[in-house]
Ligand binder design. Structure first.
Ligand SMILES: Nc1ncnc2c1ncn2[C@@H]1O[C@H](COP(=O)(O)OP(=O)(O)OP(=O)(O)O)[C@@H](O)[C@H]1O
Ligand SMILES: Cc1ncsc1CCO
Ligand SMILES: [Mg+2]
Length: 265
């Protein structure tokens, strides 16, 4: 299997090219995801004013749309940026945070999916099930109340229906593209107790997609690196606070052998 070599090659490319990643993301995770992108070797920018998002997307290698702290003005910006990215052929990665928790989130997320067919969608199990399923299915806030195993059919449905890569994160991460599926068993449970780890996974998907036009491979790389860094951090951490700090350090210190020896795919 060539997977580990592909992932390492993408990391080297990210560190060399330092692709600009344009994030329209939520106010909880802006700092955390910017730091994670920097630690990986990419160059983050957070910009959401409708007056500038097209210009920013124009100079970026990839666009992240994250609906964590949604409001109408931001939705306008998200649509403008996504439309521009699609026009320029730049990868769009979508995180439907909390879809299924409120009618507004569900409506915005489904409309975004229909209108823009983002290249990669990454969510937790509850979010992916809500996005694929009937309007009645609810998500409890932003945390998952389903296992990723329960969501992989929903992921397949979404992928086939829209021709996009779908990632379900959890104890096992599922990366699905039509009939293709990869499962990654890295990571550790305490990652779910650091806010924005999922949003970080989404941002890393964008960094990989900026250097690898095979978006399935890009998503596999991002989730593998998330998991391996989380696991390495977990060996040194004594709680969620130090896990976050060690996670950034592990991401920064990643070496080829960490991927070769650590990847559980
Ligand atoms: N039980 C677990 N075991 C191993 N890894 C996990 C576990 N739970 C989460 N992770 C990892 O943590 C990261 C975040 O996934 P999670 O599903 O918690 O995202 P999320 O719910 O969208 O988070 P947020 O909304 O706070 O950003 C992923 O890389 C995932 O693989
Ligand atoms: C806690 C929280 N609320 C809205 S976005 C967010 C960050 C994790 O998705
Ligand atoms: Mg999330």
């Amino acid at each position: 299997m060539k997977t580990y070599a592909n992932i390492w090659q993408d990391i080297v490319r990210i560190r060399e090219k330092k692709p600009l990643i344009h994030n329209i993301t939520n106010m909880v995770v802006m700092n955390a995801t910017a730091n994670a992108l920097l630690a990986l070797g990419a160059s983050p920018v957070m910009a959401h004013a409708p007056e500038e998002v097209e210009d920013m997307t124009g100079i970026a290698g990839a666009l992240v749309i994250n609906m964590g702290t949604l409001d109408a003005r931001w939705v306008t910006s998200m649509k403008k940026a996504a439309l521009h990215a699609k026009k320029l052929g730049k990868p769009v990665v979508f995180d439907p945070v909390g879809v299924g928790a409120t009618a507004y989130r569900t409506q915005v997320a489904k409309a975004f999916l229909e209108e823009f067919a983002p290249d990669i969608v990454r969510g937790n199990a509850s979010e992916i099930m809500a996005l694929a399923g009937a309007n009645g299915l609810t998500t409890k806030g932003v945390d998952s109340s389903h296992t990723a195993e329960a969501a992989h059919e929903a992921a397949k449905e979404l992928s086939e229906g829209h021709g996009i890569v779908v990632v379900v994160s959890g104890s096992t991460d599922y990366i699905v593209y039509k009939e293709k599926i990869a499962q990654i068993r890295n990571g550790m449970p305490m990652m779910a107790q650091v806010t924005g780890m999922g949003c970080t996974a989404t941002a890393l998907c964008a960094a990989f997609a900026a250097v690898n036009p095979d978006y399935f491979e890009a998503a596999v790389g991002a989730m593998g690196v998330m998991g391996i860094s989380g696991e390495n951090a977990g060996k040194l951490a004594s709680g969620p606070g130090s896990l976050y700090v060690h996670f950034l350090d592990s991401l920064y210190q990643l070496e080829e052998k960490d991927i070769l020896k650590g990847l559980k795919i």
